[in-house]
Design a binder for this molecule. Structure first.
Ligand code: AMP
Ligand code: MG
Length: 274
């Protein structure tokens, strides 16, 4: 949502630009404002026109495994955002089954609502709860998960429309990153996580990149060091004709060719990232 739209914001504190006064909100508390957005001094600051102009800022913590995992799980459970390392790039995670939590992903990334999110699952048992899974897709999941392969499948109703951008398919993946897995196992639910960059920019491959992109917009970055692959997951769609590669990535066409005929993109569907 842009200027003039209602925005749901959940930030640590709000500073009134004119008085410099901090209006503290306990973390996790939500406030609904109806106001146009401002960007002051060209910086990525959300402004609110109320009485005067308020700057909405948030302190972004960077934490390593241990404390970082505990913080990540509690933020996800309260509907907040966390940047998490995966084996491909850093993702910006939220509770995938909560439309309000997922709305914050779009807000923090400046991502258009037309760009659907990838859903990361804590275990294979979640696959059938989120999607209708043809045998060919199940074989790919068994062969490449956990790993950098995303499957686009017919969705089930449990998946919020916001996550799929209203489409009848959902993109699902299971990451092999040990910290990511630990967070998801402890959280116990799927996490929607597009790359942790502002829309249209390069995907971050270390915590410092995420801080430069989203510092002040999200409460926590879980620092797991540099990502192994450094490029986004391969995205495939499976149908009766075979495997369609929507986005090329670490799992190559050659690796997929053992599982059926491999084709390029399907007309009308593309997956550029963002
Ligand atoms: P990102 O994680 O930021 O690289 O973005 C995820 C990518 O997955 C986006 O480019 C989406 O187009 C793609 N994607 C997510 N869900 C679907 C879907 N249901 N069908 C096709 N592509 C999808
Ligand atoms: Mg991206």
């Amino acid at each position: 949502p842009r200027d003039g739209c209602q925005r749901l914001l959940r930030y640590n504190f709000v500073t009134n630009e004119q008085t410099g006064q901090n209006l503290d909100f306990p973390f996790g508390m939500s406030r609904r404002f109806t106001a146009p957005a401002h960007s002051t001094s060209g910086k990525s600051v959300f402004g609110l026109e109320a009485r005067g102009v308020c700057l909405v800022k948030m302190e972004t913590r960077v934490q390593a495994a241990g404390e970082g995992i505990r913080s990540a799980v509690s933020i996800l459970a309260s509907g907040g955002l966390v940047a998490l390392p995966t084996e491909t790039v850093y993702g910006l995670g939220a509770d995938a089954l909560s439309p309000v939590a997922c709305a914050e992903i779009f807000e923090a990334k400046d991502r258009p609502l037309s760009d659907p999110l990838i859903v990361h699952i804590p275990g294979i048992d979640w696959l059938d709860r989120l999607a209708i899974v043809p045998e060919a897709a199940r074989r790919l999941a068994e062969a490449f998960w956990p790993g950098p392969l995303t499957l686009v499948l017919p969705r089930r109703d449990i998946v919020p429309d916001l996550v799929t951008a209203g489409q009848e398919t959902v993109a699902v993946r299971m990451s092999s990153h040990p910290l990511f897995q630990e967070v998801l196992k402890a959280f116990g639910k799927p996490v929607a996580a597009p790359s942790a960059n502002r829309f249209g920019r390069i995907s971050p491959t270390c915590a410092g990149h995420v801080l430069a992109e989203l510092g002040g917009r999200i409460p926590l970055i879980l620092d797991g060091g540099p990502c192994v692959h450094g490029i986004e997951s391969t995205i495939v769609l499976i149908d009766a004709a075979g495997i369609h590669i929507l986005r090329h990535g670490p799992v190559t066409a050659e690796a997929l060719s053992g599982f059926g005929p491999v084709h390029g993109a399907v007309a009308g569907i593309s997956a550029p990232g963002g």
